[in-house]
Design a protein around this ligand. Structure first.
Ligand code: XMP
Length: 507
């Protein structure tokens, strides 16, 4: 009954997640027995097999922190200066549950209009005020909603209305002591200062209920959160690698749309020669031939996917790539013979797609779209027709590739120095391999990930499988069975089109 992956994928057709369905198995255990732990390298084991994509609208420090707290991993993108990327890494490494080390601050010279603009963007009402508006400078006051929300003159300066008699916590203070002060004194924020009264961090009353223990948190032996960073094959990125390693990065991901290039192989060899213990994710690949070269060069993990991402136009523009189900099966099948782990990157639309990616051999999934427009994704909210949105764009989109200051050209091997083809106006020809769009606000990753993980566990239980090792054992032994779906069976598996939803909450 059903077909093995080996039979399905050793055929002329290629398949993506939606083309397949996993067949059920026998259940003799409760949902709580399903364990999604997965080893990325010999030293890095994650409680959940989910990684956030190094895209410049998805992963900076906030995403990395929430991903690590949830048991996964964030990989900080490299579309920024080396200094900025290092600062992002440091923020993750410095994170202590409940303390905000990079709070929004203003100087006394800022106006209420400035505060309102930030409030509109990020939603917070209370802010610490420092002498020059920077964290690390002398704290001179605080401003809360009641101070300014009822003012009619928004050109007023903060110095005219701020509270200068400020209740503070002295560093080092424990989170529970800080929370106690906030509750007893009925304050909304507690600035944490050092002996010189310089602002080091902030604790917020709104966060008190969130300040739970995160039992799944991904931590390294020194108890800091685990974080990754991406680099490219620019000449200057050797220095980036050096700085990242100096700043305790846990894993480096070489970000390329087609990883089987002399540039990537040379970079991997170079890094491994100088830093043999630094774990490296290589890619992207979709065939076992590509995978072989990258593994031979020294990569520890492979990232799989070309043109399957939700914002990708590579397959249309370049006619190169592969259906993601087929790519994940073949590359993982080969990588596992070499004892190398894989990440299925791109095209994951829902929890069911995660189950399928893992069932086809992936050890992890990488998410862009699903994590974009969350509170933690690294773009600002904006409103359109009263809907709260955030931008999500491909790294191969015009905006990301041709940004003057920092851009992702090297991900697509666009050579700065080559004689580019020009049109009759002598303008450089620019080809995008992705698009830029917006997505509706999804709330916090800290809510989204537990939901996805629980849904994936339901999938495992239905297949009668308790963990990823067992899943892969059954995949390769042929005990795991799939069906290929026709267009109509895909439709049948989705909710009917004639339903009218009255209560969006239960959709
Ligand atoms: P999802 O489907 O999660 O995919 O949004 C995210 C992955 O897509 C890749 N990516 C791109 N691929 N053109 C491409 O062909 C692009 O502009 C682009 N931007 C991102 C990347 O692997 C990411 O993790």
């Amino acid at each position: 009954n059903g077909w093995t992956a080996e039979k399905i994928f050793n055929d002329v057709m290629s398949y993506t997640y939606d083309d397949l369905i996993c067949l059920p198995g026998f259940i003799n255990f409760p949902l709580s027995d399903v364990d999604l732990v997965s080893n990325l390298t010999n030293d890095i084991s994650l409680k959940i097999p989910i990684i956030s994509s190094p895209m410049d609208t998805v992963t900076e420090h906030k995403m990395s922190i929430s991903m690590a707290l949830s048991g996964g991993l964030g990989i900080i993108h490299n579309n920024m200066s080396i200094e900025n990327q290092i600062e992002q890494v440091k923020k993750v490494k410095r994170f202590e549950n409940g303390f905000i080390f990079d709070p929004y601050t203003f100087s006394p010279e800022h106006t209420i209009a400035d505060v309102l603009e930030t409030k509109h963007k990020v939603g917070y009402k209370s802010y610490p005020i420092t002498i020059d508006g920077k964290v690390g400078s002398k704290l001179v006051g605080t401003i809360t909603g009641v101070d300014y929300l009822y003012l009619t003159d928004i050109t007023k300066k903060i110095k005219d209305i701020m509270t200068t008699d400020v209740l503070t916590g002295k560093y080092p203070i424990t989170l529970s002591d800080a929370n106690k002060v906030l509750c007893e004194e009925k304050k909304s924020i507690l600035p944490i200062v050092n002996d010189n009264f310089e602002l080091l961090a902030l604790v917020c009353r709104n966060d008190v209920h969130k300040n739970k223990i995160y039992p799944y948190a991904s931590k390294c032996p020194n108890k800091q959160l685990i974080v990754g960073a991406s680099v490219s094959t620019r000449e200057s990125d050797l220095e980036r690698v050096k700085q990242l390693i100096k700043n305790s990065i846990d894993i480096i991901c070489i970000d390329s749309s087609q990883g089987n290039s002399i540039y990537q192989l040379d970079l991997i060899k170079n890094i491994k020669q100088n830093y043999p213990n630094m774990p490296l994710i290589g890619g992207n690949v979709v065939t076992s031939e590509q995978a072989k070269n990258i593994i031979d060069a020294g990569a520890d993990v492979l990232r799989i996917g070309m043109g399957s991402g939700s914002i990708c136009s590579t397959q249309d523009v370049c006619a190169v790539g592969r259906a993601q189900g087929t790519a994940v099966y073949h590359v993982s099948n080969y990588a596992h013979t070499r004892n190398i782990k894989t990440i299925a990157d791109g095209g994951i639309k829902n929890s069911g797609n995660i189950v399928k990616a893992l069932s086809l051999g992936a050890d992890f999934v990488m998410l862009g779209n699903l994590l974009a427009a969350t509170e933690e994704s690294c773009t600002d909210y904006y409103f359109e027709n009263n809907v709260r949105l955030k931008i999500y764009r491909g790294m191969g989109s015009m905006e990301a590739m041709y940004n003057k200051k920092f851009n992702s050209k090297s991900r697509y091997l666009v050579d700065e120095h080559s004689n580019v083809y020009r049109n009759h106006h002598n303008e450089e020809i620019k080809v995008a391999q992705g698009v830029s769009a917006s997505l509706v606000d999804k709330g916090s990753v800290l809510n989204l990930i537990p939901h996805l993980v629980t849904a994936v566990k339901h999938g495992f239980q239905s297949m009668g499988i308790k963990n990823i090792s067992e899943l892969h054992r059954k995949l390769y032994s042929g005990d795991l069975k799939f069906d290929i779906r026709s267009f109509n069976t895909i439709k049948e598996g989705q909710i009917s089109e004639n339903l009218i939803f009255n209560n969006k909450k239960y959709r």
